[in-house]
Design a binder for this molecule. Structure first.
Ligand code: FAD
Length: 334
């Protein structure tokens, strides 16, 4: 393999039911930054049925080109047709980098592609950069989150990485941007499919998505019990925030997993993150350290959370949170 034959960055623009996933926009934003370092173009791969219209928003997000496969076989995600389509695109277009969201779909698709293309994949990356030699530096937590590993794929192309949703920022859409849309003709071989789609059942969406919240009041073991969480909810109500949590309280059964922040929970990037009684373990920080402004309330002044907090309050959260809530109540009355 001559790796210099491979040029450009491709982003898999995952869509479901005609809606592009947020992570695709995040990846296009990141791809633009990396493309500027490599002096190459950003291409979005869009697969689906009746999805051509979506190309506009991919260009608006920063893609220079959209490679579109609009076929009934691709209406719903299935491993085989999606893998066949993307493999054919990659074999013909030869991108040096392929970025995929680490969603349920992306986690299925990424490994299948890397095996078929005989190249490397780094899953669940939290940061991406370009090395001095022009290789993709793919960073992810390793050994249970105890250290960060930066992985390079030097001898094969493309370099494939999946990236967790919510880790990268996304640009505002600019519908003035121009780009090209190229239809790609895929030759499917689906004569003996090993998987047949019988029915699509819509999962009931959970009411909250903490990764979309602007302000989070987050509770850790220091919150103690349900009564402690009630105090946090009181504060959250006042400031239109959502309540989230460390894993300690999820494991204790005090709050649902959908509200867990961290390596094995969600990655969040709110404007304000208020950490109450959270020590700041590396696995927790992995999910929230990119928040705009971090306020930590902890009775231990040596708690590691204070190392990343913009504002630290040393004290008992059971006293401080109600005082804060009361003050905000008074403030909103006057
Ligand atoms: P603790 O570490 O016990 O900290 C409690 C804090 O509360 C202390 O700092 C204490 O000083 C303070 N405190 C106590 N009482 C009060 C009070 N009255 N007022 C103010 N402060 C008080 N963790 C996550 O959060 N998310 C993850 O996704 C995650 N994934 C993991 C994955 C792996 C593979 C592993 C091994 C661990 C993972 N963990 C995760 C667990 C993580 O290592 C920590 O154990 C966990 O984050 C600790 O939660 P905590 O900060 O709430 O509890």
């Amino acid at each position: 393999m001559n790796i210099t034959d491979y040029k450009g960055i491709f982003v898999f623009a995952e869509q479901r039911g005609g809606e592009i996933s947020n992570v695709a926009f995040e990846l296009i934003t990141k791809a633009r930054e990396l493309a500027a370092k490599l002096n190459v173009r950003v291409t979005a791969i869009l697969l689906g049925s009746q999805v051509r219209e979506l190309s506009r928003s991919l260009i608006a997000a920063g893609a220079d080109r959209v490679v579109l496969v609009d076929r009934p076989e691709l209406e719903h995600y299935l491993t085989e047709p999606y893998t066949q389509a993307i493999t054919q695109i990659i074999r013909e277009k030869k991108p040096e980098i392929v970025m995929i969201g680490a969603t349920t779909i992306g986690r299925d698709l990424g490994p299948r592609l890397s095996a078929r293309l005989m190249t490397g994949l780094t899953a669940d990356c939290t940061s991406l950069d370009i090395s001095d030699e022009g290789h993709l530096m793919m960073t992810r937590p390793a050994f249970g989150g105890n250290l960060w590993a930066t992985i390079l794929c030097k001898e094969h192309r493309p370099q494939i990485s999946t990236v967790r949703p919510g880790v990268m920022r996304k640009n505002k859409l600019d519908f003035e941007r121009q780009g090209e849309v190229e239809e790609f003709d895929v030759k499917f071989n689906l004569d003996n499919p090993r998987v047949r789609l019988k029915q699509v059942v819509q999962e009931e969406k959970s009411l909250v998505d903490i990764s979309e919240a602007n302000v989070l009041v987050s509770g850790g073991r220091g919150v103690g019990n349900q009564h402690g969480f009630d105090k946090l909810r009181g504060l959250a109500d006042k400031i239109h925030a959502e309540v989230s949590s460390s894993r300690a309280m999820v494991d204790a059964g005090l709050i649902g997993h959908e509200r867990q922040v961290g390596q094995t929970g969600k990655t969040v990037r709110p404007d304000v993150y208020i950490a109450c009684g959270i020590s700041g373990a590396i696995q927790h920080l992995a999910g929230m350290e990119e928040s705009e402004y971090i306020i930590a309330i902890n009775k231990d002044k040596y708690a590691p959370i204070f190392n990343i907090a913009d504002l630290g309050v040393v004290g008992d959260l059971h006293k401080i949170v109600p005082i804060l809530t009361k003050k905000l109540e008074r403030g909103s009355e006057s």
